[in-house]
Write a protein that binds this ligand. Structure first.
Ligand SMILES: C[S@@+](CC[C@H](N)C(=O)[O-])C[C@H]1O[C@@H](n2cnc3c(N)ncnc32)[C@H](O)[C@@H]1O
Length: 288
């Protein structure tokens, strides 16, 4: 799939020109998320994940110094299965969260959903290699329109995926719809620190070191500038808790991981959810 493959015509002219210039000069960055419409942001996410699939796992572990493995395990440890014994992994990518969940909870069935076929294919390959095909199935679908009836799962989780979804509240409501009352909605996501010193260090790491570390390995190293951009523009932990509250989740908790560079958020679906109203937005951490 070439860099101008997916939904290219959906981009506005200036963004199309920027992507074409970037293709000619691969060191040039993707447009900032703040410059994009929702449709353009989604098109860019599809584009990025379809081009970095092959080295995705390796670079995840390298760039986080293996912490991503620990962070997923923290989420899996807090999962509670009590009725359907089913877990839904949203934005499942190469299926690491799905695989970890079956290893910690051998009695469950897992479904993973991702809208990038290349990620789904690699996930299926890993699942077969681990002989887990009877426990995990992957579906190619959009997180905003999950192909499951209401109340189908005890737990649904999204690991490092929600920052790639512009309409976060809609994604959270869709996740809440498919879990049973009393079930958990979990979000694992990276956070831009608020301590000024940490911000400086993290900014250099994200914007200078990370793309350069990725360059020798990734077929699309500039995608790692997008990683920096998407983390910088993610809401603060308090802002994200408010967003989960607004989506209708109850008893929302946040757990800080590795000095707060990642947070695990857990909300519970109420026994009788209120009817859905507005779709609010929360300011990103960088604009506070
Ligand atoms: C950073 S990766 C995370 C993958 C995996 N969860 C992990 O822990 O490594 C984000 C994934 O979310 C997927 N994604 C983003 N937006 C999506 C959407 N609207 N519907 C389905 N998948 C989406 C991307 O295709 C990508 O595979």
């Amino acid at each position: 799939m070439g860099p101008v493959g997916i939904g290219f015509t959906a981009f506005s002219k200036p963004v199309r020109e920027k992507i074409l210039r970037m293709k000619k000069a691969p060191r040039q960055k993707y447009p900032l998320v703040t410059e994009l419409t929702e449709a353009e942001h989604i098109g860019m996410v599809r584009e990025i994940f379809s081009t970095i699939t092959g080295k995705y796992d390796f670079l995840n572990h390298l760039l986080s110094l293996g912490r991503d493995i620990v962070w997923r395990r923290s989420a899996v440890k807090k999962m509670r299965f009590f009725r359907t014994y089913r877990f839904l992994d949203v934005g499942s990518g190469t299926a690491d969260l799905a695989i970890d969940a079956t290893q910690r909870h051998p009695c469950i069935q897992v479904t993973g959903v991702d809208f990038v076929q290349e990620m789904v294919d690699l996930g299926r390959f890993k699942i077969e290699k681990r002989h887990l095909s009877d426990k995990i199935r992957l579906v190619t679908s959009d997180a905003l329109d999950l192909p499951f009836p209401d109340n189908s799962f005890d737990v649904t989780g999204i690991a490092f995926g929600i920052r790639n979804i512009p309409n976060k509240i809609r994604a959270l409501r869709e996740m809440m719809r498919v879990v049973v009352p009393g079930g958990q909605v979990m979000v694992l996501e990276m956070t831009f620190p608020r301590n000024r010193l940490m911000q400086g260090i993290y900014h250099i790491y994200l914007n200078r070191m990370l793309p350069n570390l990725a360059r020798p390995f990734s077929p699309n190293p500039v995608a790692y500038y997008y990683l920096a951009d998407s983390i910088t523009h993610f809401p603060t932990p308090e802002g994200f808790v408010r967003l989960m509250d607004e989506a209708g989740l109850k008893q929302v908790q946040k757990h800080s991981l590795t000095l707060g560079i990642t947070h695990l958020y857990i909300g519970t679906k109420p026994m009788s959810p209120k009817p859905i109203q507005s779709t609010g937005t929360v300011k990103p951490a960088s604009s506070r």
